[in-house]
Design a protein around this ligand. Structure first.
Ligand SMILES: NC(=O)c1ccc[n+]([C@@H]2O[C@H](COP(=O)([O-])OP(=O)(O)OC[C@H]3O[C@@H](n4cnc5c(N)ncnc54)[C@H](O)[C@@H]3O)[C@@H](O)[C@H]2O)c1
Length: 449
């Protein structure tokens, strides 16, 4: 347990002998907890969800990127334990907060989870320890929420509690970039706080990128996600334009990508999903309004991206119409309902809105997703079909929402009477021979052509 100043703390981090609490064991927290434990630290995972706690202590993983055998061996080796009791953090040298940062129905940041974690930690962290916020949030959060929580408990930030911010850049499912080789932004409230934060992450991340202020680190993360959201909105709108001209948008993007400078490829899709890109931009929009600044690009891109499920349904209608069928009474099957490829994450997935819209128009909707056995839409539980061939044969139209590798796309081409391919997954099949009767809503261009 740390009782001393940052030198003592930094040494324990650098020697990989620290005890570290990770608060929030989700998509961000569990991989982080495992990486720290693998590095040699003793890790206490704190999560308010008792099922996750029980699962981890039982050697199971609820995150696809974290293999169960890794959790099991860390737990058995005494490097990782999980609990819902914050008192356990009382022996920590450092705590990292990785709790959700959602928005409410008015797109206002909801910092309930961050506040709760901050207050709980402030009641138990020892003097001389480090607390780092990883959750994505608006500039000012660390200083306006985390720091006061500790001040109120008699801590003097920068003297007997070290405070840092280091946004997570994890990309679930990415096989190339992981927690170790993705450069990580770091910043502390004071020089000593920054040193302690660097010492902590230096044991698991190859390249750390210190920035000059915590607000800079907070807004940098937001800009990364806003950049993505705005560019996806641009290409989504561009897809609608290309469709109107009968031009294959995927071929255009591929052609643009041959330019060796000044172009970055983004791809259209059925709409945004996940906990980050559809949500984070509104954190900045809300905070910017407080200082009298309008965020036109954020609002516009949010509207364009949010309209994509409607566009997908319009395409289904048109395709059915071309086959002399009405959407009302037709059977429409979704292929993949997760918000991204090879993931089970359905948070904010466009599939939810697509199902709602299709049902509103009188369609019968089912889905097939090997990663998502069930998911909730409008209070109703939907369960994945298990036999792809039977599923496809019984549909009037199939809609590709998530292009999982676990779906046999050749079978999809063979057995679907009509397909809306929002991900160009069929265009990437090579070689392939669609059934002569199969109607696909776009030109099938092979990637690389
Ligand atoms: N998922 C991503 O790909 C990703 C990437 C970068 C950044 N982020 C950011 O990281 C943060 C966490 O996201 P996530 O995807 O890991 O969320 P998540 O929902 O997967 O995990 C959060 C965990 O926190 C737990 N929790 C909530 N309140 C708690 C509390 N008061 N005390 C203890 N545990 C609590 C929940 O039970 C859950 O297990 C968010 O700010 C998000 O924007 C996420």
């Amino acid at each position: 347990m740390s009782k001393q100043g940052p030198k003592d703390l930094v040494d324990r981090m650098t020697d990989r002998k620290a005890t570290i609490s990770v608060v929030g064991l989700g998509y961000v927290g569990l991989p982080l907890a495992c990486a720290l434990a693998e590095a040699g630290h003793t890790v206490i995972g704190i999560d308010s969800d008792p099922r996750k706690v029980e699962g981890i202590n039982g050697g199971r993983s609820h995150i696809e990127d974290v293999p169960a055998h890794q959790v099991e061996s860390l737990v058995k080796g005494g490097r990782l334990t999980a609990t819902s009791d914050y008192k356990a953090a009382g022996v920590s040298d450092a705590a990292i907060i990785a709790v959700p940062t959602p928005i409410d129905e008015f797109r206002v940041p909801d910092l309930t989870f961050v506040r709760s974690a901050a207050h709980s930690l402030a009641g138990v962290m020892p003097k001389g320890s480090l607390v780092v916020l990883e959750s994505t949030t608006y500039p000012g959060t660390t200083e306006e929420v985390l720091v006061p929580a500790f001040r109120d408990r008699g801590f003097m930030p920068g003297v007997d509690i070290f405070i840092g911010y280091s946004p997570e850049r994890i990309d679930p499912g990415n096989k190339t970039y992981n927690i170790h080789n993705t450069p990580k932004l770091v910043c502390g409230l004071t020089k000593a706080c920054t040193e302690a934060t660097i010492a902590l992450y230096g044991t698991i991340v190859e390249q750390l990128v210190p920035v000059s202020s915590i607000k800079t680190a907070e807004i940098t993360k937001l800009f990364e996600n806003i950049f993505r959201g705005v560019n996806i909105a641009l290409v989504n709108e561009f897809q609608v334009i290309c469709d109107a001209f009968g031009i294959d948008v995927w071929e255009v993007i591929h052609a643009c990508s041959t330019k060796p400078y000044g172009f970055t490829a983004f791809y259209p899709g059925p709409g945004l999903g996940g906990h980050c890109v559809p949500v984070d931009p509104y954190y900045l929009a809300w905070k910017a309004r407080q200082v009298g600044v309008n965020t036109e690009f954020i609002e516009l891109s949010g509207r364009v991206n949010a309209s994509m499920p409607n566009y997908v349904v319009l395409k289904v209608m048109r395709l059915l119409n071309a086959g002399h069928k009405a959407l009302n009474g037709s059977r429409v099957g979704l292929l993949g309902v997760a918000y991204k490829k090879n993931s089970s994450d359905v948070r904010e997935s466009p599939a939810i809105k697509i199902v709602e819209l299709l049902k509103q128009e009188g369609a019968t909707v089912t889905y097939y997703d090997p990663h998502v056995p069930e998911f909730m839409v409008d209070g109703h539980r939907l369960r994945s079909e298990t036999n792809l061939r039977n599923f496809l044969s019984s549909q009037d139209c199939a809609v590709v929402v998530a292009d999982h590798d676990a779906i046999d796309w050749t079978l999809v081409l063979q057995y679907s009477p009509m397909i809306i391919d929002t991900r160009n997954v069929l265009g990437k099949l090579s070689p392939f021979t669609p059934k002569p009767s199969t109607r696909v809503d776009r030109h099938l261009t092979r990637e690389g052509q």
